[in-house]
Design a protein around this ligand. Structure first.
Ligand code: C5J
Length: 230
């Protein structure tokens, strides 16, 4: 059995497994000045640091012919799809739907809502627009995973304790084997990232596993290699 070296113990990749990479909300709204993260008073600079590692992981998935699912947190221009709690809360200098330097904040199609160019999806990759924090709420995520027989999800993106963790918990409850890639996720709050990593792998992996991108790539290459010789 091939496995990724992970915490709290090895993340097994049976020959029959189907793996996908989930890249959560690597959008200008969270990563750049003038977006939603910045409007809420956060230091967006912290999030930029994971981009090169995530680029390497995405390149590995593409080289191995494995699927990548990108998500964007966004809303229709009339905000009719926005959960009411989201509109009521999170009020900084600017909030969802307000005009910001890169267009209306968290509104689909606005410049600031796009994925950062360094991590742009390639043709054929899945792109999910999500109105909630989790990738399963009011989206086609469940259908895509079922249609492609996906069993294992490597989860990355921003922010660790909000949309990344919510998606991992949703996926875990639906029976997917989930691993959070620790150097491909980030938070505006380092202590929240550290706590999230600890809590998902606590109690024998109550929500799943954590590993680095290098550990994931090593395991995935071995798994693909084993499949080719069998
Ligand atoms: C937040 C996200 N933090 N993508 N969104 O509001 O985590």
């Amino acid at each position: 059995m091939v496995a990724i070296s992970a915490l709290p113990y090895e993340y097994e990749l049976p020959a029959s497994s189907h793996v996908a990479l989930v890249v959560i909300d690597m959008q200008r709204d969270f990563m750049e000045l003038g977006g939603f993260g910045d409007a809420l008073g956060n230091d967006v600079g912290r999030l930029q640091a994971i981009v090169p590692t995530l680029q390497q992981l995405m390149a590995g998935f593409r080289e191995l012919g494995l699927p990548i699912i990108h998500t964007l947190e966004c809303h229709l221009p009339d905000l009719s799809d926005c959960p009411p709690a989201k509109l009521k809360r999170g009020k900084g200098a600017m909030t969802i739907g307000d005009q910001g330097p890169m267009g209306r904040i968290l509104v689909k199609g606005e410049a600031g809502n796009g994925i950062i160019p360094e991590l742009a999806p390639l043709p054929g990759e899945f792109v999910i627009h999500k109105p909630g924090k989790g990738a399963f709420y009011a989206t086609e995520m469940a259908t895509i995973l079922q249609e492609h027989n996906i069993t294992h999800l490597l989860i990355t993106g921003v922010t660790t304790e909000v949309c990344v963790q919510t998606t991992m918990r949703e996926a875990n409850d639906r029976g997917y084997e989930c691993l959070m890639v620790e150097d491909c996720t980030e938070s505006y709050f380092p202590e929240f990232k550290a706590s999230t990593l600890e809590m998902v792998r606590a109690q024998g992996g109550i929500v799943g596993w954590t590993a680095t991108a290098a550990q994931c790539l090593e395991g995935l290459r071995a798994w693909k290699g084993a499949a080719l010789v069998s």
